[in-house]
Design a protein around this ligand. Structure first.
Ligand SMILES: N[C@@H](CCC(=O)N[C@@H](CS)C(=O)NCC(=O)O)C(=O)O
Length: 238
């Protein structure tokens, strides 16, 4: 039996879910490797050969015998390889890449810092109110940009889901974990409802292990405690 082309190294995080959503929605066979942060597997020498930044996700494409890192580049690679979720029309294609880059350049880093300062730094003894305020406020502004873009549209670009939606959804949908208020953003909420109702997207969000707390469900206090402990060594205390 032939082995799948794609080996996906990932974890249950906002960046980690992106390739999972693509692969499940496109029904592509792949091999899943759960990268265990508590064992710092993302910094293991063999892993860093594939992903010099020591982060997840990474894919190894057996058909080309090469690794691809950075979630946006991974989605782009998968889109080209499988001819899914990226239009051939030059304008639509360009717009999809613009919204993909908007996610990787703005939404991910800013919401990621909102999460870091509240969910990791603060419970580990380094509370920085100015940073929390700045990143939460900026996250809300970015979600307003999405809400405006989604007015009168089902998807960020064109008439079908694209890699821009796939990249943006796990981050924006984790607004609870970043403590960003989404009141008064009806177009964003409608887009969430659309993606929340897609069984394969939801199947992907359960992998490699379910993490309901990211979406405001389950035992939040226990999840917050475990998450803070998982990344305690990343917090500088002076
Ligand atoms: N720009 C990177 C960011 C990747 C990233 O920050 N991954 C996080 C999880 S969402 C990670 O690996 N964290 C573990 C660590 O920092 O050691 C991408 O989009 O792939």
């Amino acid at each position: 039996m032939s082995r799948p082309d794609i080996v996906l190294y990932t974890a249950n995080t906002m960046n980690g879910w992106k390739p999972l959503i693509f692969l499940h929605e496109a029904e592509i066979d792949y091999e899943l490797v759960n990268v265990d942060f508590s064992k710092k597997e993302q910094h293991a020498p063999d892993y860093v050969k594939m992903n010099p930044n020591g982060k997840i996700p990474t894919i190894w494409d057996r058909s080309e015998e090469r690794a691809i890192f950075e979630s946006g580049a991974i989605l782009w690679h998968l889109a080209e390889k499988y001819g899914r979720f990226l239009s051939d029309d030059p304008v639509e294609r360009s717009e999809t890449l613009q919204w993909l880059f908007f996610q990787v350049g703005h939404i991910g880093p800013i919401m990621g810092q909102a999460m870091f300062f509240q969910r990791i730094a603060k419970p580990n003894g380094n509370e920085v109110p100015y940073a929390i305020d700045r990143y939460v406020t900026e996250s809300r502004r970015l979600l307003e940009v999405l809400d405006t873009r989604l007015k009168g549209r089902d998807w960020l670009v064109g008439s079908e889901m694209s890699i821009a939606d796939i990249a943006t959804y796990p981050w924006a949908r984790s607004y609870f974990w970043a403590t960003v208020d989404i009141e008064g953003l009806p177009n964003l909420q409608a887009w969430f409802d659309r993606l929340d109702a897609m069984p394969k997207v939801q199947e992907a969000l359960q992998l490699p292990e379910p993490r309901p707390s990211a979406f405001g469900k389950g035992d939040i206090a226990a999840a917050a405690k475990a998450n803070a402990a998982r990344f305690a060594s990343d917090v500088k205390k002076d």
